[in-house]
Design a protein around this ligand. Structure first.
Ligand SMILES: Nc1ncnc2c1ncn2[C@@H]1O[C@H](COP(=O)(O)OP(=O)(O)OP(=O)(O)O)[C@@H](O)[C@H]1O
Ligand SMILES: [Mg+2]
Length: 212
């Protein structure tokens, strides 16, 4: 594959979507071929799965089902959107990917990490991001930002202990994959983070020989 697969990860409210949008604008302006997607969602099938996953009405959903729905949305997104884009040499920017399943379902819901890993490897046919930005924001700071945003979805409204375990999960992933995952201090002004993310991305695109 000749494109580059970049994901953004981090707790709810850490600024992933804000920064992803800014990165898309900068890279598009520079003339790169960009495909932007998100999880769960990114396809028609995926968006319907997203609604099921995030609806506050579905409090009876079991963790196993939750995991499979995330994996199902991801499988559809990989086959329909991500792989074809990478094959034509585009840069794919994805808002959350497998790391989120490890952090939320693995660490947050305390499900078996190896099982989540193998389910997802199967779902994505082994696709791993080339580069991941992890937006690091303490659970306290993240929850303060979310409160400003209004009604919380099914996952966001889980208790503080859940969000603390998710946070620990992301920290563990950072240590586990130091080559792939870049830590970004998310408690900075939006413009500073934007510059840091763009500089790093450009460096990696040049190293990887990705063409405009
Ligand atoms: N660097 C920042 N400093 C202060 N506030 C920020 C910063 N970045 C984003 N915000 C604000 O914090 C809120 C959450 O940002 P955003 O939606 O980008 O986070 P997210 O990580 O995508 O959240 P989610 O996981 O729920 O999708 C928004 O109101 C946004 O305007
Ligand atoms: Mg978001």
């Amino acid at each position: 594959m000749s494109g580059m697969f970049i994901t953004v990860e981090g707790p709810d409210g850490s600024g992933k979507s804000t920064q992803l949008q800014l990165l898309v604008e900068s890279l598009t302006q520079k003339g790169y071929d960009i495909v932007v997607t998100r999880e769960p969602g990114g396809t028609t099938v995926g968006n319907q799965i997203r609604e099921v996953l995030l609806s506050p009405d579905h409090h009876e959903m079991t963790p196993r089902v939750e995991m499979m729905l995330y994996a199902a949305s991801r499988a559809q997104n990989v086959e329909q959107v991500i792989r074809p884009a990478l094959e034509r040499g585009a840069i794919v920017l994805c808002d959350r990917f497998i790391d989120a399943s490890i952090a939320y379902q693995g660490y947050g819901l305390q499900y078996d990490l190896d099982q989540i890993q193998s389910l997802n490897e199967w779902a994505t046919n082994g696709l791993t991001p080339d580069l991941t930005f992890l937006f690091d924001l303490s659970p306290e700071r993240a929850s303060a930002r979310m409160k400003d945003r209004g009604q919380l979805d099914r996952i966001e409204s889980r208790d503080q202990a859940f969000h603390e375990r998710v946070y620990e999960g992301f920290q563990t992933l950072l240590k586990q994959y130091p080559e792939r995952i870049i830590r970004i201090d998310a408690d900075q002004p939006i413009e500073c983070i934007q510059d840091e993310v763009l500089d790093y991305t450009i460096e990696r695109l040049q190293q990887g020989g990705v063409q405009r």
